[in-house]
Design a protein around this ligand. Structure first.
Ligand code: BQZ
Length: 673
């Protein structure tokens, strides 16, 4: 494993998989990688970031004192849990903060709706993550040293324990958390989330029915205690599936009324749309509450007066009163961060890198920029569900996708250096073969099979599959239907970086006689399209750094996963190596021994890249742009590691010095229900 970036202590002790002998013999080794990462920081212990305890006294944002005095809110002690979550000062890069001001996000997504239990998103870019709180938390793990990497951190669940044979996981909620409308958060919300959403097959929740621990049953013990009973022995790794975006309960006191189980006059469609995007406020457990949504313009969020986290001086968090999500484009997120009209960007379009970095070098620039390791990677997903193809043409095409020689031909036809240069001139891009990107703690270069650019090799493989240009139009013809080999490649219209890669591979594949037909669709419609399996091929960012994060998007972990290989009514036509992958996921989850997991991950990497499960394109480092006004944004925060940076940076702890605060649009107010 050759991590060259300078993250002190970054290599988790003992996870160097190559040293464990898990590497495989490859035709071609990966070319040498040069790191651009400038991150250097000290790693800390698991318990150094926060704990839960009662403090002697509490304070709140001054305008809330007035609301309490006016009888509009109960006193802060009554709004907080008996033992709130307490952020430790020593782990804050700028220490305890002051109240007030605005944090300005800019995003390219649009809120689909607020029923996240039914799978809806709120527009991404940190808005989902500001609204939803989950049983456990992944983001801050980037800062924790290897020997303490024993799984996700507590959050709504403050602790948990297992029975002796690891078939029962008992979890303890923080007692006395309230929703932002003052309603109690307790196991009624947990039972509603799990029994009436996750386990209800009519609802497309973020955990598919019967997939959590092989179909765990939930038992409520009391208002704050519950347990999962698993059909087979588990490990701590199962907890990873209870972090964002999967383990995040919703307001049962509002949603039950629209759920068909509780009101048979309601349909599942009614339920899905129970909290439409134009109806705010909604009750949340997050630090800010959406109070105004002007479509295509802005979502304004105000501090949640019932938020259940404090600092060591007893100040109720968050420090920042108001959060904006300007609804524009992803590129504009970077433009506005550089210009200083936005406070944050995960700079992930390499086309912006050079200019943004140049501008942020100026000491007077409003923004600082730090590159992390390469964790952003793009891939082409080929649809393997041949038995779901509707036309003869699609049946034949998907049959080809299922041939390793065809996938190798595609990989050989792609000049990844040229794809990288099409994205941005310079040293940013590195070849990506699928599987873990080089910035993943599980990347193993020796287990990665490189299938490099070799147009003649591609042509020979295609000829070997019986593909020849029978009508002389420069495009190969399918041996069965005789039609031209045309592959529809769908991508997100708002993503310039995706479009540039589609363009690059369109001309590269044309060189070997394959015609790509690019099809762009809106980002909001993209996920439903992908989940339906109604596509030939997709080009998108992989988001595959850990095997446990949204595993369904990447690996064959259940009948509806991944979306590029769904199960038809006739059954599952798995490729042989997919069965091995599924077993490796089980193997990974069955242990929490870091070295054993790394060895398993290396085996996955070998299978994924030997078989070209996806056609990897390029991988790049991302830079996090944060406005210099913002305090406590730790300079080591990676854009994407255990979770996106919006989670990893711990926004409830961010603050802005009083003289640099921006005027609030809705000063003095909180959500009114
Ligand atoms: C980060 C992230 C926070 C989703 C989304 C979006 C969706 C995917 C992915 C990223 C955006 C930003 O990514 O690009 O920088 O702010 O939101 O959630 O691309 O379309 O489905 O998985 O997270």
């Amino acid at each position: 494993m050759t991590h060259t970036f300078k993250l002190s202590g970054w290599l988790l002790t003992g996870v160097c998989a190559a040293a464990l002998g898990a590497s495989v013999a490859n035709a071609d080794p990966m070319p040498a990688e040069t790191s651009l990462s400038g991150l250097e920081y000290e790693l800390i212990g698991r318990d150094d970031i926060y704990d839960y305890r009662k403090l002697d006294s509490y304070a709140q944002a001054p305008f809330l004192d007035e609301l309490v005095a006016a009888g509009k809110l109960p006193p802060v002690e009554e709004r907080l849990p008996a033992e709130p979550l307490v952020f430790k000062t020593a782990a804050m890069s700028d220490g305890i903060g002051v109240y007030g001001g605005v944090f300005r996000h800019v995003i390219g997504g649009r809120p689909e709706g607020f029923n996240w239990l039914a799978g809806q998103h709120q527009g991404w870019g940190g808005i989902n993550l500001a609204i939803q709180e989950c049983l456990v938390r992944q983001g801050p793990r980037w800062q924790i040293k290897g020997e303490d990497q024993s799984g996700p951190l507590p959050n709504l669940a403050k602790s948990w324990e297992w029975n002796a044979d690891m078939t029962e996981l008992t979890m303890h909620l923080v007692e006395g958390i309230k929703w932002s409308d003052g309603d109690a958060f307790d196991t009624e919300d947990i039972a509603f989330w799990y029994d009436d959403n996750v386990q209800d097959e009519n609802i497309a929740s973020r955990i598919s029915a019967n997939s959590f621990g092989g179909g765990a049953k939930l038992e409520v013990i009391d208002a704050y205690t519950f347990k999962f009973v698993f059909p087979t022995a588990q490990s701590n790794t199962i907890l990873e599936g209870l972090a964002y975006i999967q383990g995040c309960p919703g307001p049962s006191h509002v949603l039950k009324a629209s759920h068909p189980k509780y009101d048979p006059s309601k349909s599942y469609d009614d339920y899905l749309n129970a909290l439409p995007s134009d109806k705010v406020p909604v009750p949340v457990l997050g630090a800010w509450v959406p109070v105004e949504h002007r479509p295509d313009e802005i979502v304004i969020m105000r501090r949640n007066p019932y938020y259940w986290k404090v600092d060591e001086a007893g100040n109720q968090l968050p420090y920042i009163n108001e959060m904006h999500f300007k609804l524009t484009t992803w590129d504009d997120r970077t433009t506005q961060a550089v210009a200083g009209t936005g406070d944050w960007s995960n700079m992930e379009d390499p086309g912006n890198f050079v200019e943004a970095l140049k501008q942020s070098q100026d000491p007077a620039a409003p923004v600082s920029a730090k590159f992390g390791p390469r964790t952003l990677a793009w891939r082409v997903e080929l649809n393997f569900a041949q038995n779901m193809a509707e036309s003869d043409y699609d049946k034949e095409l998907r049959g080809l996708f299922r041939e390793l020689d065809f996938r190798k031909a595609l990989s050989h036809a792609i000049d990844r250096d040229a794809v990288g240069q099409a994205l941005a001139r310079g040293p940013f891009a590195y070849a990506y073969m699928g599987g873990y990107p080089t910035g993943s703690p599980y990347y193993d270069a020796d287990a990665t099979n490189f299938t490099p650019y070799n147009a003649d090799g591609a042509k020979a493989l295609l000829a070997g599959l019986g593909l020849t240009d029978t009508d002389g139009n420069g495009i190969l013809n399918l041996p069965g239907t005789g039609e031209d080999l045309v592959i529809d490649v769908t991508y997100k219209s708002q993503r310039n970086e995706d479009r540039k890669q589609v363009d690059a591979i369109t001309s590269q594949l044309a060189e070997v006689g394959i015609r790509v037909l690019p099809k762009s669709i809106d980002e909001t419609s993209f996920d439903p399209m992908r989940n339906s399996g109604d596509f030939s091929a997709i080009l998108q960012r992989a988001n595959f750094v850990l095997p446990t994060r949204e595993a369904c998007g990447n690996l064959p972990v259940s009948d509806i996963c991944p979306a590029f290989h769904l199960t038809s009514a006739e059954g599952r036509d798995l490729l042989p190596f997919e069965g091995e992958l599924a077993n490796l996921v089980t193997e990974f989850n069955s242990t929490d021994d870091a070295a054993a997991q790394a060895a398993t991950a290396s085996k996955m990497q070998a299978i994924l890249t030997d078989n070209l499960y996806n056609i990897g394109l390029v991988q790049v480092p991302a830079a996090l742009l944060v406005n210099k006004r913002i305090k406590n944004a730790h300079p080591g925060t990676p854009v994407f590691m255990y979770e996106w940076a919006e989670d990893a940076v711990i926004r409830e702890r961010l603050w802005v010095p009083a003289d640099q605060q921006i005027d609030e649009l809705l000063p003095g107010t909180v959500a009114e229900y």
